[in-house]
Write a protein that binds this ligand. Structure first.
Ligand SMILES: [Zn+2]
Length: 774
């Protein structure tokens, strides 16, 4: 997922040469050694978890026609009676106008509604007018046709998932309205569906208990709790949805036209090209990268380029302030929504007899609240001195460059000077811009697929045209085993589209592997996922030239996708990433990022997009050295996000004396970071925890990074230059971590792969911090 708080700090990983270092807000606490910087590796990494599906054995075989595009004529088709005629009509404003003599909208929209077809690949080119009648028809069908329960529930699940996915990547007013309209009906029906089992269980328990003779009160309470829980879920779903919409709208709302060339001083060619391209799209037809005008926005590529490179300090300050105050005022203010979400989550926890929401969410996780806090504290103490030194270095460097602000670096200075220090330290001018020339999207994908072939013995082939997509830039791929049999499919949506697509990067499941939901009654249904990124789009006629951080992001999301696609399970509840606890889910993704530093892999993808030259050896060496640049600072920044998240879901009292912003400031002080400026409202865009699935789970990134670093060290132990050893270790990784997924306790799966329990040392070593704690 994307757009973030610290992204304010943008994207970079301090540990990479191309990345930014974002020291967000930090200013050091002068008298102590501990400080505050921040890393920005804050991608939005959303994982759209699928919840329980109802399965039943296949009852009949289904033909497998690919979905046909005839739906676009549905309003003109002749009316046929349908068994699905609805009592609910679809009065949505999103329905296009039709002639008076034409069919009622609902019937017409049901007739050839693509959501109701027996598709293999979801119709991602659906229109908003189909949402309401499609979902309502499925609900109606479900109610009246229990025999087909499993398939219909599954289809409803897939269709709902794809519609929400479209909202994230192709947001429109019509789609929002359609989803809002149908949401209440969906929740109501799910509630009825879910009621039956708890009630049955409650009766059974009561029947077998000594209190059987006086069951009424207890039974009543169980039923009441179920109903109350479902109502809370519905409210929370609405609030999260509104939160994400506000972030998107607030980000879209801002744009700054720049006409004076001096204001753009310092920006490399790619961001200049992007800003001019944006200007053209906003009506400034003659805009050019060299002479402007340029338009700056708050979506990641634009915002980051200003923070990293703009010499105009006042411009950096203006853009920074706009960024950290998004969605915090007026109609788009998320402040009250945050408090309401936290209040309802606490109620939800109490309803289930937990002390707080973190306990509820973490009940099945590897960590407990105490263990998560213990890990964060160990990381803090290992990073603190290094982070303090980072800030001192930064100040000294800024001073040496004659920066007037060197003794008083503000948040909008830190990323800029970190970038200059990195360039100076690693002797690469305009590192990121230079590196971009070596990372063209086609080469990166080819290198990634080669790596997957080596490690996991899979072939990935383009399958564009086989399935409908939601945008012309979306690619579709088929994954095959070593015998050439298809085993999975995935979509890849690479570019930032600020006008309709949420920022960040994420992987989501379209369908899981399932034997019960086989389409032919014989072979299991194959898993399908989508990988969504927000990288720099192509500028002019060049291919998309990626930053190193964007390259790592693609590897990251591909790691999630692998776990879903290479599952050995064919029962939906545990297949792929479905049943994996949150603090283990980032293992394969973060594991894949390590390969971006693997010499053979990197040199395989880093070819100059025009000349085909390989990345110069000395640049590769610098990239490696730069991996640990500002690592301490970066870790502190992530500890901030994780700690604020845990605090808000354990001790925070909604509506109490302390505001959520007070909590954030207190956490920053405790960690050793100077608090954010008073107007900072990053929580208003922290959609990982308010709109995504990471509530009380942000610590999971660090928890899983311990696992992923240690897993990668198995490959280091085997020999990174020994292709046979890599193959064997890769196969073991595939058969354990990737294949077992949610079907096995994650600690046990890890031990099966590694031969022992995980160790924190490997993560510290990769970050150059091991000596600090030795
Ligand atoms: Zn992830």
């Amino acid at each position: 997922m994307r757009r973030i708080p610290r992204r304010a700090l943008a994207t970079g990983s301090v540990s990479t040469a191309t990345v930014l270092i974002i020291v967000n807000m930090l200013t050091l606490m002068v008298s102590t050694t501990c400080i505050a910087l921040s890393r920005s590796v804050y991608h939005h990494r959303h994982h759209l978890h699928r919840y329980a599906r109802h399965h039943s054995p296949p009852k009949k075989s289904f033909p497998c026609p690919l979905w046909s595009s005839s739906f676009s004529f549905c309003l003109q088709s002749p009316h046929k009676a349908t068994s699905l005629s609805l009592s609910n009509t679809c009065p949505s404003a999103s329905a296009p106008p039709i002639a008076p003599q034409a069919l009622p909208v609902a019937d017409a929209c049901v007739e050839n509604n693509p959501l109701l077809q027996n598709f293999e690949f979801p119709p991602f080119d659906v229109e908003a007018k189909h949402v309401c009648p499609g979902i309502l028809a499925l609900l109606k069908k479900l109610e009246s046709n229990l025999e087909e329960l499993a398939r219909i529930v599954d289809q409803l699940d897939v269709v709902s998932g794809m519609i929400r996915h479209l909202k994230a990547v192709k947001d429109t007013v019509e789609l929002r309205a359609a989803i809002e309209e149908v949401q209440a009906e969906e929740v109501k029906f799910e509630l009825r569906l879910e009621q039956s089992k708890p009630i049955y269980n409650a009766f059974k328990a009561l029947q077998e208990s000594p209190d059987w003779n006086v069951p009424r009160d207890a039974q009543k309470r169980i039923v009441e709790n179920q109903i109350k829980g479902a109502v809370l879920n519905e409210e929370l779903e609405k609030l999260s949805s509104k939160f994400a919409e506000n972030v998107l709208d607030a980000t879209k709302e801002f744009e700054k036209l720049i006409t004076d060339k001096k204001d753009m001083e310092g920006l490399p060619a790619t961001p200049l090209g992007l800003a001019a391209q944006t200007a053209v799209s906003k009506g400034h037809k003659n805009a050019t990268p060299e002479d402007g005008p340029w338009v700056i926005t708050l979506d990641a590529p634009s915002y980051n380029s200003i923070m990293q490179h703009a010499r105009n300090r006042a411009l950096r300050e203006e853009i920074y302030r706009a960024y950290v105050t998004r969605a915090s005022s007026g109609d788009l203010d998320n402040t009250l929504i945050i408090d309401q979400i936290l209040k309802l989550r606490l109620e939800q926890a109490k309803l289930e007899d937990y002390n707080n929401y973190a306990e509820l969410r973490m009940a099945m996780n590897m960590a407990t609240v105490d263990k998560a806090e213990e890990l964060l504290e160990k990381l803090r103490s290992a990073s603190c001195d290094a982070a303090g030194q980072d800030m001192e270095d930064l100040k000294r460097f800024a001073k040496s460059q004659g920066a007037k602000e060197s003794d008083n670096l503000r948040h909008w200075d830190i990323i800029f000077w970190s970038e200059r220090l990195r360039e100076s330290k690693f002797d690469i001018s305009e590192v990121e811009e230079e590196l971009r020339q070596y990372f063209s999207l086609p080469n990166v994908m080819e290198g990634l697929f080669n790596l997957a072939r080596t490690l996991f013995e899979i072939e990935i082939e383009a399958a564009d045209g086989l399935a409908p997509v939601w945008n012309k830039d979306v690619r579709f791929y088929c994954v095959k085993d070593s015998l050439g049999n298809p085993i999975a499919y995935f979509y890849f949506d690479p570019y930032s589209r600020p006008s309709e697509k949420h920022e960040g990067a994420w992987m989501g499941e379209v369908v899981g592997q399932s034997r019960a939901l086989s389409r032919d009654g014989v072979s299991a249904r194959l898993p399908i996922v989508y990988i969504v990124c927000d990288q720099t789009p192509p500028v002019g006629n060049k291919p998309s030239l990626m930053t190193f951080e964007e390259v790592k992001t693609v590897f990251h999301e591909f790691g999630h996708a692998l776990q879903h696609m290479l599952t050995r399970h064919d029962e939906g509840l545990i297949a792929g990433s479905g049943g994996i606890v949150l603090d283990a889910v980032e293992l394969p993704s973060q594991f894949m990022e390590n390969w971006c530093y693997h010499r053979e892999t990197l040199m395989g993808i880093a070819k100059h997009y025009e000349t085909g030259e390989s990345l110069p050896e000395d640049v590769y060496r610098k990239l490696l050295t730069a991996r640990t640049f500002l690592a301490g600072t970066s870790i502190l920044s992530e500890i901030r996000f994780a700690s604020v998240d845990l605090q808000l879901h354990t001790k925070y009292v909604p509506g109490g004396l302390e505001s959520v912003y007070d909590v954030d400031r207190r956490v920053c002080e405790k960690i050793g970071m100077i608090p954010p400026p008073p107007e900072d409202r990053f929580l208003c865009t922290f959609d990982h925890i308010f709109a995504g699935k990471y509530a009380a789970g942000y610590y999971g990134y660090k928890w899983a990074e311990v696992l992923s670093a240690d897993a990668f060290s198995a490959f280091e132990d085997a020999g990174l230059n020994d292709s046979q050893a890599l193959k064997e270790t890769g196969q073991r990784f595939r058969e354990t971590i990737l294949a077992l997924g949610g079907g096995k306790d994650p600690l046990q799966a890890f031990i099966e792969f590694r031969g022992r329990e995980p160790s924190l040392d490997e993560l510290l070593r990769h970050n150059g911090l091991l000596l600090v704690v030795a």
